[in-house]
Design a protein around this ligand. Structure first.
Ligand code: SAH
Length: 252
């Protein structure tokens, strides 16, 4: 007999459109997928706890949804979608016709499928949404032809040596009209109670950038790939250290 939670897993899994030939062999050979999944589960709560006082997560989602609305996009990619919180907000609050999420963590995608209730969606709703298993550091033709892409708290999980391939995958090959990127502003960490000085907000973060570092990266990418970029802060704006989250909106 199949228990309730494993039945849910089966249902969720059934509704994930993924290419096993490509993903489970290729990805797991190339990446430490299990490491990522274990780290995600263990540390998401820790990062939320650090940031909780100002419900930064919600403010981030609101800001990204507003940027996507502003771009006039009809189709949106959520790159590194995790458990699909942004996808849920886009589906609920915009007239975007198609939202596709991709993540390297299969476990996160299963959580996303449950959050979005993919199994009980009407066929019409179901046509608006798709979850894909894949990595943002390898060219993927499934990401082409979209109006906008969002990367919410994802780049800091990439190894710095993979940032260049990531840039090509997103800005050269997928190449949507608008790309919204959020990442921590490390300068703000001194204001988080409970965060040991000098440590990052999440154990899997490979880096956390100052405002100057993020601006410099954003300008360089925009210059190389033919985009304009505007950087702003999300969350309370401290006179000395700025806002906890920084957001870059790239447009062609
Ligand atoms: N955007 C989500 C999740 C952020 S956590 C949110 O805001 O809630 C970072 C996510 O990036 C994780 O789900 C992780 O699995 C994913 N990720 C890390 N490296 C990746 C890669 N190379 N390709 C695709 N996703 C990746």
């Amino acid at each position: 007999m199949v228990g309730r939670s494993s039945r849910r897993e089966l249902i969720a899994t059934r509704y994930l459109r993924h290419d096993r030939a490509l993903t489970n062999q290729a990805l797991e050979r190339l990446l430490d997928v299990d490491d990522i999944e274990d780290i995600e589960g263990a540390n998401d709560n820790a990062e939320e706890a650090v940031e909780r006082t100002i419900s930064l997560h919600d403010q981030r989602i609101d800001a990204v949804v507003a940027a996507i609305k502003n771009s006039g996009a009809r189709s949106v990619l959520d790159l590194g979608c995790g458990s699909a919180k942004l996808m849920q907000a886009i589906l609920a609050n915009t007239s975007v016709e198609k939202v596709v999420g991709i993540d390297v963590s299969y476990r996160s995608l299963e959580a996303g499928a449950r959050r979005l209730h993919l199994d009980t969606m009407t066929p019409r709703q179901r046509d608006r949404v798709e979850l894909l298993h894949g990595s943002l550091t390898y060219r993927d033709r499934r990401l082409e032809g979209f109006d906008a892409a969002a990367l919410v708290e994802v780049i800091e999980h990439l190894d710095p040596s993979r940032l260049e391939s990531f840039e090509r995958v997103v800005f050269e090959h997928a190449s949507p009209r608008a790309v919204v990127v959020t990442t921590p502003n490390v300068e703000y960490n001194v204001l988080f109670e409970g965060l040991t000085p000098g440590t990052m907000r999440h154990a899997d973060h490979r880096f956390e950038w100052t405002r100057a570092e993020f601006q410099q990266w954003a300008n360089a990418v925009a210059g190389r790939r033919g985009y304009a970029v505007v950087v702003s802060g999300i969350g309370p704006d401290d006179a000395d250290v700025g806002s906890p989250t920084q957001m870059a909106v790239f447009t062609k």
